[in-house]
Structures are given as C-alpha cells and as structure tokens.
Design a protein around this ligand. Sequence first.
Ligand code: NAD
Ligand code: TDX
Length: 329
Amino acid sequence: MLVTGAAGFIGSNFVHYLVANTDVIVTVLDKFTYAGNAASLAGLPENRVTVVRGDICDAELVDQLVRANDVVVHYAAESHNDNSLHDPRPFLDTNIIGTYTLLEAVRRYEKRLHHISTDEVYGDLELDDPNRFTEHTPYNPSSPYSSTKAGSDLLVRAWVRSFDLQATISNCSNNYGPRQHVEKFIPRQITNILTGERPKLYGEGLNVRDWIHADDHSSAVLRIIEAGRLGETYLIGADGEKNNKDVLELILTSMGQPADAYDHVVDRPGHDLRYAIDSTKLREELGWQPAFPDFERGLTATIDWYRENEAWWRPQKAETEAKYREQGQ
Ligand code: NAD
Ligand code: TDX
C-alpha cells in the first residue's frame, strides 16, 4: 500500500494500525511539511514500512510509487483551518493539484484508491438541527481548507464517473488521539497546561465537534478498503458530539486544574457551528463499530500520551504559540 501523508497525525496512526493488524507492506510518501514528524513513524519494522520524502504534486515520483503499489490511501493534505485563513495557497497546491496528480497516476496504472476526506465539506449545522450529515448531504464548505477538500472529493468522483477509476471516499469527523500536531484544539490545550500557559477558547466555545479516536478512523478506513463498494462514499463517525467549552473543561479537570482556568480569545472567522455524522451506512453495510466509544477514557489516555511524549511535541510548541499570538488567538 502507498500511504500519502503518513508522517502526519491520522496517516501515522493508520500505518501503526496496519502494522499491528495486517501483513500489508507499506510505502509512505510524505513531504514532511511543518506537520510531518519523523518521530511519528519511528520504531516501525523496516521490512514492513519504507518512508519516501517527497511531494504528491511531483508527477514523476508519484507515477513511480503508484506503479509499484496495489492500493493508494491518500491522507496527505494541508489540514488546519486557521492556517488556511491566513495563507490559502498551499491548500490549493496540495489538496487540489496533489490529489489530481495522484488521480492521474492511479488511472494510468489501474490501481485502487481510497481518498481520505472530512465532514467539513458539508458545511455546518444549527445546534438544534435534528439531522446529521449523511452521504446525501449537499456540499457546502466554509473555509479555504474545507473548500479545497471538497474540491478534491469532487475530482475523485469525476475520475470515477469519467474514467472508471477504482476508488472509494470517506468523510470523517474530528479525530483525537496520540501524535496530533499541537496546533489542533485538544493537543494545544493539553500542552498549554503542561507548559504553564492558559488554554485558549475561540469565542464562547459553543461550537460542537463530533469526536472520534484516530484508531477508530483507521479501522473504518481498512474496512472500506477491504469491503467498500467502488465509487461509494462512506461517512465515518462515532457519535461523539461535544461542544468546545465542555471538552476544554474536561481537559482542565482531568489535569487537576480549575474548570475555568482558560482565556476566551478572538473567534475564528467563518467558524463552523456544528458538525455531526450519521455513520449508519458504514455500520450497516460494512459491519463497522468504534472500539473507543467512551470519549472521556480516550481523552484521558491522550492526555497521558502527551505527558509521556514531551520530546515528540516540544520542538513544535513555541513556534505554534508564537503564530497564534500574532493572530490574537
Ligand atoms: P496532518 O496535518 O497532521 O498531516 C498531514 C501530512 O501530510 C503531514 O505529514 C504533511 O507533511 C503531509 N503533506 C502535506 N502536504 C504534502 C504534500 N504536498 N505532499 C506529501 N505530503 C504532504 O493532517 P491530519 O490531521 O493527519 O489529516 C490527514 C487527512 O485526514 C487529511 O486529508 C485531512 O483532511 C483528513 N481529515 C482530518 C481530520 C482531523 O480531525 N484531523 C478529520 C477528517 C479528515
Ligand atoms: O485554540 C483553539 N481554540 C479553539 O477554541 C483551537 C486551535 C481551536 N478551537 C476550536 C475551533 C474548533 O471549533 O476548537 C474546534 C476544533 O478546532 P481544530 O482542532 O482546529 O479542528 P477543526 O477546525 O474542527 O478541524 C478538524 O477537524 C476536521 C481538523 O483540523 C480538520 O483537518 C478536519 O478536517
């Protein structure tokens, strides 16, 4: 399998998951942007995992790697909404042109592709909307990040329809777990507390995210690769809706701090209010179930991981906070 973006958070968890649960031989293609971390792939057996440093926009390299593998699992992306609001260009390059480059190689060599995407392509929901996102919800992305992810999904769909590409797509909700960059909400707050900084909540913190453990995302992706119907989209979620304020208070109290020991900072422009996934199709058609349905337990384990792996996140922390400070966040 060729796994793109596997030096990042979810891709690295997927490769660890593959090594632990299958016999698959993996090649990683990753550009090692600020979000890629070699330490996330450290310790994996050399006879199972080869790491190639390179850009998914490099057609020659992509061609060579796609030809040499049977299945391509595409995680590589610029992934952070806040960054996309300040500097959208890399999002267009990697998420659109990079995906196009992969699609052309997959088409040329008639390989199998699984494309990783996000629930953010559907826009957001009102807090009291009884409906959740399904595979039939119209696309309505809000940010430069989510619009480029939506664009990449539409490219995959077009290559399926026009060229019979053998592909599936999954749109997953917010992931948490080990090896997530400290720019993201949960690791930022945990590592702020560990470094004596106060956590930062955007606006009133009433925005809802639907949390899923990264390992549950990995098991769902593997299930779709094994048994998903070609050309189909599957939504991945674990019924984990929580608002940001509640998550932050849980982090604070789990770490022995008063629940109100945080700062409100300026809100994200265009901030999506609520995401919520209906994963009935994945569960009923492919028999998938999350192994980590208890968010509180998963969060405690994640806090422990950041406590025990300071060497992994420390080098990114000062630079990340300096960037947020400049933005008033
Ligand atoms: P991440 O930012 O942690 O990792 C992205 C990885 O892609 C990094 O290792 C980076 O070096 C690599 N990369 C970036 N540009 C590249 C390029 N041009 N060529 C090769 N490699 C490149 O992201 P993540 O949170 O692990 O997200 C992975 C995927 O999952 C993304 O496609 C994202 O849209 C999707 N997703 C994320 C979430 C979430 O909650 N984080 C939820 C749903 C879907
Ligand atoms: O310091 C913060 N304070 C805060 O209140 C940060 C960094 C975030 N937030 C809020 C914004 C969001 O409502 O927390 C929520 C989660 O923020 P992020 O971790 O930036 O995630 P989000 O914007 O929801 O997007 C994530 O889930 C979907 C991933 O980054 C995407 O890659 C994925 O597609």
